[in-house]
Design a protein around this ligand. Structure first.
Ligand SMILES: C[S@@+](CC[C@H](N)C(=O)[O-])C[C@H]1O[C@@H](n2cnc3c(N)ncnc32)[C@H](O)[C@@H]1O
Length: 242
């Protein structure tokens, strides 16, 4: 089955943003990349989509509704192939993880991994994270956000596509509970400096003097390996809502 056939069969997976086809599209932090799905990924959708995926709706969700318990919820944005996502969920069974990614290849891979690992505390969404936060997540309700290696959009004319800019950072901050954190990692120094400035400007506290030391529980990711291969330094930005 091709990606197109799969999306026709599962329309709830096809739409990644609120807008209707043909209507004006705001500047987005992502472009949709296609990559041929393997048989196991298609099977994961056919067998487990409803078990492990959460679908967009214009209405708030809660840990209780999605996970069946009231454990704290951490949201990851842009999980890519999900290596870190799955490992962190395995390591922390007492925390609920809602992980959001529009890239279908990564989404279906993680769908299959959740089943393989029998994870009860990880659910995934294929939708624009900004719209998910705006419409589905209550204020002051999130324990933490993980944003690992967001696209750096290096060309100046594309900087307006960067995820971490003031309006989005304010949205993140408004969703955090008191004591909650935002943990970003990037291999792009100039973006890392911008993150520090933008997040501090939203009233979040940086407990470190500048960048955070490498946090030992974070597993590596594909984009981290690419950065290291290109000899870029890895910079961590960790801020807290007081
Ligand atoms: C550079 S990749 C990093 C992936 C992974 N975190 C890693 O470290 O390997 C950034 C990912 O963020 C996703 N992304 C960007 N903006 C997004 C948004 N608004 N909602 C959901 N996913 C988004 C992209 O599709 C892309 O896969």
């Amino acid at each position: 089955m091709t990606e197109e056939q799969l999306l026709n069969k599962y329309p709830s997976l096809a739409r990644v943003e609120r807008r209707e086809a043909g209507s004006f599209r705001q500047v987005k932090s992502f472009v949709l990349r296609g990559q041929k799905l393997k048989d196991y990924q298609i099977r994961a959708v056919e067998e487990h989509l409803d078990d492990y995926a959460v679908f967009y709706r214009n209405g708030l969700i809660s840990s209780q509704e999605i996970f069946g318990n009231s454990n704290p919820m951490v949201i990851e944005i842009g999980f890519g192939m999900g290596e870190a996502t799955v490992q962190i969920a395995k390591d922390n069974p007492g925390i609920n993880y809602l992980a959001i990614e529009v890239f279908l290849y990564g989404f279906t891979k993680v769908l299959s991994r959740i089943d393989q690992e029998g994870l009860k505390n990880l659910k995934i969404m294929r939708f624009d994270a900004t719209e998910v936060l705006e419409d589905m997540i209550a204020d002051n309700s999130v324990r933490g956000f993980h944003i690992f290696f967001p696209d750096p959009w290096p060309k100046k004319r594309h900087h307006n596509r960067r995820l971490i800019q003031t309006p989005f950072a304010q949205l993140l901050a408004s969703k955090l509970e008191k004591g909650g954190y935002i943990y970003c990692v990037t291999d792009w120094r100039e973006y890392a400096e911008e993150m520090l400035e933008v997040l501090s400007g939203c009233g979040l506290k940086n407990p470190y003097n500048g960048f955070a030391p490498a946090i030992e529980w974070r597993p590596s990711t594909g984009f981290e390996r690419k950065g290291l291969e290109a000899q870029r330094e890895i910079l961590e930005v960790y801020t807290v809502k007081e």
